[in-house]
Design a protein around this ligand. Structure first.
Ligand code: SAM
Length: 343
């Protein structure tokens, strides 16, 4: 959880009385979280509130170090302590325990890799504009990392998919959805649950489909959305968290291909973060800027503004572009565009 300053701390920061160490400490917070997850602290506390000594004995940890870690985690907002016993906060229970449907634990290897291997390439990326690694090629070469990345995207989607499915307009009589780079398939799955006559095809790279959701009306298809035949006859196209990873040329090419694959009167929905969105405060605005930097260093992509995405959609021949911001989907907003019913 990010640290929120009180007024005194904020003033000390603004007046430069304290050195600007919060970002340095932010990296330490990530490692504290990973250590707690890997040693089983979050899962053990889900079972029962415990003292540091009880946890250390149950998990075979060093008691003093365990106590230091627990106090740091309480400060970060993951634990609460009362009369020496630690218990999980709602945040930790929902996102950091194994049994939770939105558990981020399987994605921690990917987070660590991002922080420790990919981000040190930022200086190079800023000097010459190239990402640290060809991201998806590095996933294909490292099955454990690939599983971790896709588990993390699935955890994020699991929380947001029902809200986005309610916001996706499905044309009357629609039959077939194409979920482009849909990986885990959870956005399609939520749509299928709302619309019993729909079926979906999820196209993604082979490693992404290994853990794809299973449903009788959902067909995973291995292939590249930039190079392989996409088929035709779709009524709904989902393009979720894809555009931010593409260059301008790739985005324009993909949108043209998708517009051609849509039936007249069909709908294409871009789900992504938009740089010109209204944000509730400075922290969320700054997180969006950091995400932009992350896309730059990791995949050579970027956060685009809604207007820019709308321009790309119009250039692909789509129209009636609308912005939707589903409640319950804090990190994926929608740009909805229609293919004209009559050419
Ligand atoms: C950021 S994830 C988004 C996954 C999902 N749509 C979501 O929003 O949670 C990007 C996905 O695009 C897939 N992908 C990247 N390049 C691709 C390509 N050329 N062809 C097909 N899929 C690709 C990745 O494997 C990954 O599953």
């Amino acid at each position: 959880m990010p640290l929120f300053y009180n007024a005194l701390e904020a003033a000390a920061h603004r007046l430069s009385i304290v050195p600007p160490m919060f970002d340095y400490f932010g990296a330490m917070g990530l490692h504290a979280l990973v250590a707690a997850a890997r040693t089983g602290i979050f899962d053990a506390l889900r079972e029962r509130p415990s003292t540091g000594g009880e946890l250390a004995a149950a998990l075979n940890l060093e008691p003093h170090a365990t106590g230091v870690l627990l106090r740091a985690l309480a400060g970060l907002g993951y634990l609460r302590v009362s009369r020496g016993r630690y218990r999980l906060t709602r945040t930790a229970r929902r996102w950091l325990t194994t049994g939770s449907p939105t558990s981020l634990l399987p994605g921690l290897a990917f987070w660590e890799r991002t922080a420790c291997v990919i981000w040190p390439g930022l200086e190079k990326a800023v000097r010459d504009g190239t990402p640290a690694t060809p991201f998806y090629a590095s996933l294909a070469a490292d099955p454990e990392l690939s599983r971790s990345f896709h588990a993390w995207t699935a955890a994020m989607a699991a929380r947001q998919a029902p809200a986005t499915a309610r916001a996706v307009p499905v044309p009357r009589g629609a039959r077939h959805v194409l979920d482009v780079g849909g990986g885990h398939g959870l956005f399609s799955l939520a749509l299928l649950r709302r619309h019993p006559r729909l079926r979906a095809t999820v196209i993604d790279l082979p490693d992404a489909l290994e853990t794809a959701a299973s449903h009788p009306r959902l067909t995973p298809r291995a292939g590249s959305f930039l190079e392989d035949d996409l088929g035709t006859g779709y009524d709904v196209v989902l393009l979720f968290n894809i555009v931010h990873g593409l260059s301008d040329e790739e985005a324009a090419l993909l949108l043209r291909r998708l517009a051609a694959a849509l039936n007249p009167g069909g709908v294409l929905v871009v789900g992504d973060q938009f740089g010109d969105s209204r944000m509730p405060g400075r922290a969320s605005r700054t997180l969006l800027r950091l995400l932009d930097l992350n896309y730059l260093v990791a995949v050579g992509g970027r956060v685009r503004g809604l207007e820019e995405v709308a321009g790309l959609l119009r250039a692909a021949g789509l129209h009636r572009i609308r912005h939707r911001r589903p409640l319950g989907s804090p990190t994926t907003e929608l740009a909805v565009a229609w293919k004209p019913a009559h050419p």
